[in-house]
Design a protein around this ligand. Structure first.
Ligand code: PLP
Ligand code: ZN
Length: 415
């Protein structure tokens, strides 16, 4: 088990005395905590576990760097390894020679959020907590609902207004307690902070609970193992609240500290142009974001005030990466490009990672010959309306005759 040796506030550097505190008491929820381990001991344990042929091929193989017990109870849904695909250079866009796609839509509930949920649920099971609560519009809620269903835990979900219907459908089938809140996502979020302790439930609202970033970092650990511990030039991922990108950075920093990788690759944070609070803060050189009024159809990255903003900005700064904003139409285009060059079907927020890479190559800020990884964070089945629009809609039916078929095929080849 990863023994946490310190919990440090990202804003002021203080170490809260209460071991159960989720955030820094002086800074409030903006003062999210960093968990640190004895990296020398963790590195030795990790090398042992990874070499042991009896170690199952899921995220718990990295338990030496996770805040869970060695043999504690685990949720039955298993996470990882997700596929890492090399797009053949002749089919890759923008002359990319070594474009890797890591398909996080292949997790148990079809999004990256399962990485955080598995650790949060394992911790709740270990500590005998009866359930978890979160505010979310989509994938985090769905993920929590699925893992709680599988583990016999209570899942209470505060939703603001409109999530894509496939995500709501998934949620309802898992049987979570779904509570619509008349207000914004931010209203639901603030309510969740007060409600979880009151109800005796763990908090799974993104960012604030440091255990979530620890779960998200398993993608970086797994990726580096899949690449034979050889860091790529850059890793690109879409950013909303900033928990994924800061989790990735934490994983890479832990591996670097444990002597498992020789350097930390550049992290590229991709935001929708209409939801770019962190890109704006990064351009200003600020340590923390300020709230904007977000508007994008990439619902998973539509965020007014990024809740893990400080860690996300630090991740990009310290990895010598960058933030990049991409208009919605380019997100939908990237969804098609991705599906057609790699066979990976991703929701627009997931394809943003590729859209960001393409924007940087076009601006001459990324060498197309360098190895780069696009993390696709959610399945295309999560938002079928966007997928239908990106794909150009279904063409009209033909008569069931060979002539009509041949005529249509000819017409489509010409068009
Ligand atoms: C949650 C989510 C993101 C963004 O993650 P943050 O931690 O909020 O930055 C990106 N893509 C998908 C599909 C998501 O569900
Ligand atoms: Zn603080």
């Amino acid at each position: 088990m990863g023994t946490v040796v310190a919990r440090t506030c990202v804003a002021c550097g203080a170490e809260p005395e209460d071991p159960a505190a989720l955030w820094c008491p002086s800074c409030g929820p903006e003062g999210t905590l960093d968990l640190s381990y004895d990296l020398e001991a963790a590195g030795a344990a990790l090398r042992r576990d990874l070499l042991d042929p009896a170690t199952p091929l899921d995220s718990w193989r990295f338990r030496a760097l996770l805040p869970v017990a060695d043999e504690g109870p685990r949720p039955p849904l298993r996470v990882g390894p997700t596929p890492l695909l090399l797009v053949p250079a002749e089919r890759a866009p923008a002359g990319l020679q070594r474009l890797w796609v890591k398909d996080e839509g292949r997790n148990p509930t079809a999004s990256f959020k399962d990485r955080a949920t598995q650790v949060a649920v394992a911790s709740a099971l270990e500590r005998g907590v009866p359930g978890l609560l979160c505010a979310s519009t989509g994938n985090a809620a769905t993920s929590l609902a699925g893992f709680c269903a599988a583990s016999g835990l209570r899942a209470v979900i505060l939703v603001p207004a409109s999530a894509p219907r496939p995500k709501l459908a998934q949620l309802l089938c898992y049987g979570a307690e779904l509570i619509p809140v008349a207000g914004t996502y931010d209203d639901a979020f603030d309510l969740s902070l007060a409600a979880a302790p009151q109800l005796g439930l763990d908090l799974r609202s993104t960012g604030v609970n440091p255990i979530l970033g620890e779960g998200k970092k398993t993608a970086a650990l797994e990726l580096m193992e899949q690449l034979g511990w050889e860091p790529p030039e850059a890793i690109s991922v879409s950013v909303g609240d900033g928990c994924i990108i800061s989790g990735l950075y934490k994983g890479l920093a832990d591996l670097y500290g444990a002597g498992m990788i020789p350097r930390i690759p550049r992290l590229i944070g991709v935001q929708a142009a209409g939801s770019d609070a962190l890109t704006q803060a990064w351009e200003r050189g600020d340590d923390a974001p300020t709230a904007i009024s977000a508007k994008t159809r990439a619902d998973s990255i539509s965020v007014d005030l990024p809740r893990d903003g400080r860690k996300a900005l630090r991740a990009v700064r310290e990895s010598k990466g960058c933030f990049v904003r991409v208009p919605d139409e380019d997100l939908l285009k990237a969804q098609l490009t991705l599906a057609r060059c790699s066979g990976v079907f991703s929701e627009p927020s997931g394809a943003a990672s590729l859209a960001g890479i393409l924007a940087l190559v076009e601006r001459g800020e990324l060498d197309p010959a360098a190895p780069v990884v696009a993390l696709t964070t959610g399945s295309g089945l999560k938002d079928t309306d966007s997928a239908l629009e990106a794909g150009g809609g279904v063409p009209p039916a033909i008569e069931p005759s060979l002539d009509a078929l041949l005529a249509r095929l000819q017409q489509q080849t010409r068009g």
